[in-house]
Design a protein around this ligand. Structure first.
Ligand code: NAD
Ligand code: TDX
Length: 332
């Protein structure tokens, strides 16, 4: 039995990861999370983990936690593009300074690190492009969010090459599932419809996101932790790269018997993300559980996610008015 330190483990993907880790490993799990607006200890309710509230950019705190860890899984980040367009400073702090601080502790204490990143580091593709991002696609980020995530990936690679730290990186496409903050596309629409508001589609909605269920993402992270090669990067995606935002919102409206309206587009809106996860599938034998063809790749996972938000109104209710007020100011 070892000790696993999970940064950002009170957020959406991190808390789903911790829930999976409690089932899959005997490790003692320590979660460090700053509890920004996006972190919530209720996400870890009922789980047997040690929780430490703190900032990953705080060197003395992180040094002490990493000194006692065998493995570090690094989810902590500012994660919302729209927020990064309003105020990028917390993105530079958490995503760049935070990752740097963690890397220095990992280097000093020889811990095994897995760094969680995103498909957005590659920039975007044209909506009608048949291309997908591979692990060797050049970085070309668009927003302050994706630029700071790209920078954090570069830092991890530099620490692998220059200092020989034992690290892996994964770049995943858009996640959905339970415990996702209601500022994000899918839970925003579900909670709008539950509230009797219309769903809100940015611009024409022709953009494409390569949606993956959060459990499939985290299952891939486990595959990398267990069988991944040190120093390597793995793309994670579930081959849903043909479903437009409009089609997703139509499906949510169909499942919930609701309507949507068009609102102001996001400035600099990335058009299409598409991940080629061949390396992960062939080298590590991973495959997603939530699959299907066309929009059916999303139907089952969306129905489950809608049921979760319907059953857990107390989890999201408190944040709803303020989130919608902010979007309203942006014409969204
Ligand atoms: P989230 O915003 O729901 O959670 C982030 C968590 O990190 C929160 O609990 C927050 O309190 C914590 N945090 C932020 N800054 C911190 C700091 N300085 N110190 C300690 N804790 C801090 O985000 P998420 O959607 O769960 O994303 C998790 C990771 O996965 C991020 O690195 C993100 O870039 C990456 N990712 C997300 C997606 C997606 O679709 N959501 C896709 C690919 C990759
Ligand atoms: O109300 C909305 N209406 C809408 O049409 C919102 C909030 C979004 N959108 C559009 C914008 C995007 O094209 O939906 C798409 C998805 O938007 P987000 O949920 O904000 O995700 P995105 O910007 O694609 O980034 C997500 O995936 C990659 C995560 O938030 C990132 O953390 C991850 O790295």
């Amino acid at each position: 039995m070892g000790t696993m330190l999970v940064t950002g483990g009170a957020g959406f993907i991190g808390s789903n990861f911790v829930r999976m880790a409690c089932e899959r490993t005997d490790d003692h799990i320590v979660v460090v999370d700053k509890l920004t607006y996006a972190g919530n200890t209720a996400n870890l309710g009922g789980l047997d983990v040690e929780f430490v509230q703190g900032d990953i950019a705080e060197p003395s705190l992180i040094d002490g936690l990493v000194a006692n860890a065998d493995t570090v899984v690094h989810f902590a980040a500012e994660s919302h593009n729209d927020n990064s367009l309003r105020d990028p400073s917390s993105f530079v702090h958490s995503n760049l300074i935070g990752t740097f601080t963690l890397l220095e502790a990992v280097r000093k204490h020889n811990a095994r690190l897995h760094h969680i990143s995103t498909d957005e580091v590659f920039g975007d593709l044209a909506v009608d492009s048949p291309e997908r991002f591979t692990e060797t696609t050049p970085y070309n980020p668009s927003s302050p969010y994706s630029a700071t995530k790209a920078g954090s990936d570069h830092l991890v690679r530099a620490w692998i090459r220059s200092f020989g730290i034992e690290a892996t990186i994964s770049n995943c496409s858009n996640n959905y599932g339970p415990y996702q903050h209601i500022e994000k596309f899918i839970p925003r629409q579900i909670t709008n419809l539950l509230d009797g508001r219309p769903a809100k589609l940015y611009g024409t909605g022709e953009q494409v996101r390569d949606w993956i269920h959060v459990d499939d993402h985290n299952d891939a992270v486990f595959a990398i932790l267990e069988r991944g090669h040190i120093g390597e990067t793995y793309n994670i995606g579930a081959d849903n790269d043909h479903i437009t935002n409009k089609r997703v919102i139509e499906l949510i409206c169909e499942l919930m018997d609701g309507k949507f309206v068009h609102v102001a587009d996001r400035p600099g809106h990335d058009q299409r993300y598409a991940m080629d996860a061949t390396k992960l599938r062939t080298e590590l034998g991973w495959s997603p559980k939530y699959t299907g063809t066309g929009v059916d790749g999303l139907r089952e996972g969306l129905a489950q996610t809608i049921a979760w938000y319907r059953d857990n109104e107390s989890w999201w209710r408190g944040a709803k008015e303020a989130v919608e007020k902010q979007y309203e100011l942006q014409g969204q």
